[in-house]
Design a protein around this ligand. Structure first.
Ligand SMILES: Nc1ncnc2c1ncn2[C@@H]1O[C@H](COP(=O)(O)OP(=O)(O)OP(=O)(O)O)[C@@H](O)[C@H]1O
Ligand SMILES: [Mg+2]
Length: 241
């Protein structure tokens, strides 16, 4: 469903942030995107969401190739949860923020309300519906941003560090929710235990290049290679899991 082929992306005046990146994702597949700070994870997700255009190579999602003309289709098909939830929430209340995207889909008001309330309940944040987004705590903002993206039911979910700011209950809720989703997802994270729990496959970026692509349970047990990439063994592996 998603094909990334020889993708290169640079920010002005900087060496390539992504350099000849190639891999594919199948429907329903859950892929962990790993790598040290600055490895290129967020840049890759932003490109897949159509926020950045490729400088070289190509990205194709469900038969549509990413260009200036098709980027709005990418926004709709690929739902991204940003690394910083402040970048995501822009309407005064949580309920309005989640409903906004649904109204843009052209859904009737009753369907907007139904889908909004269902997603807030599923994430355990029904009580936040009428709260002002800029008064929320970090974790509440994160959950609200997630709700806005999940409500849109994108075919591909792009999650950039979704577990930061969340308390243990929020982490558990989110991971259960992600596990139950039928969609393909790419999870960029430094939380290697979550990566192992949720994803069968891991792609490791190192300096903007794909350093490894394989079963998460193998890659995340290879202490020597993880250290090379600036990572370390998940706690569950260190404790003998
Ligand atoms: N807007 C920007 N302008 C210039 N350079 C940028 C910009 N955003 C990112 N970079 C650079 O591109 C490279 C990749 O950054 P990116 O944010 O994709 O890394 P990351 O893997 O998401 O890191 P982290 O784990 O810290 O979130 C880094 O060298 C970074 O400094
Ligand atoms: Mg990042």
């Amino acid at each position: 469903m998603l094909n990334i082929s020889h993708l290169t992306v640079s920010y002005p005046g900087r060496p390539p942030a992504l350099d000849d990146v190639s891999f594919s994702v199948s429907p329903g597949e859950r892929v962990a995107l790993l790598g040290a700070n600055g490895a290129g994870k967020s840049t890759l997700l932003l490109t897949l969401a159509g926020a950045i255009l490729p400088e070289g190579g190509a990205v194709t999602l469900e038969g549509v190739t990413l260009t200036k003309e098709t980027r709005t289709q990418f926004h709709q098909k690929a739902g991204m949860v940003f690394q910083n939830p402040e970048d995501q929430l822009f309407l005064p209340t949580v309920g309005e923020d989640v409903a906004f995207g649904l109204r843009n889909l052209g859904l009737p008001e009753a369907a907007v309300t139904q889908r909004r309330d269902a997603v807030l309940e599923r994430l355990g944040i029904g009580g936040l519906k009428d709260r002002l987004t800029h008064h929320l705590s970090g974790g509440e903002k994160r959950m609200a941003a997630l709700a806005g993206v999940l409500a849109m039911e994108p075919t591909l979910l792009l999650l950039d560090e979704p577990f930061t700011f969340l308390d243990p209950r929020g982490r558990r809720r989110l991971s259960q929710c992600l596990e139950a989703l039928p969609q393909a997802l790419i999870l960029a994270t430094h939380d290697l235990d979550m990566a192992l729990a949720l994803c069968d496959r891991a792609v490791v970026l190192d300096g903007g290049r794909v350093a490894a692509d394989g079963p998460a349970k193998d890659l995340l047990r290879d202490g020597a290679r993880l250290e090379q990439w600036g990572l370390e063994l998940p706690l569950s592996v260190r404790l003998g899991g």
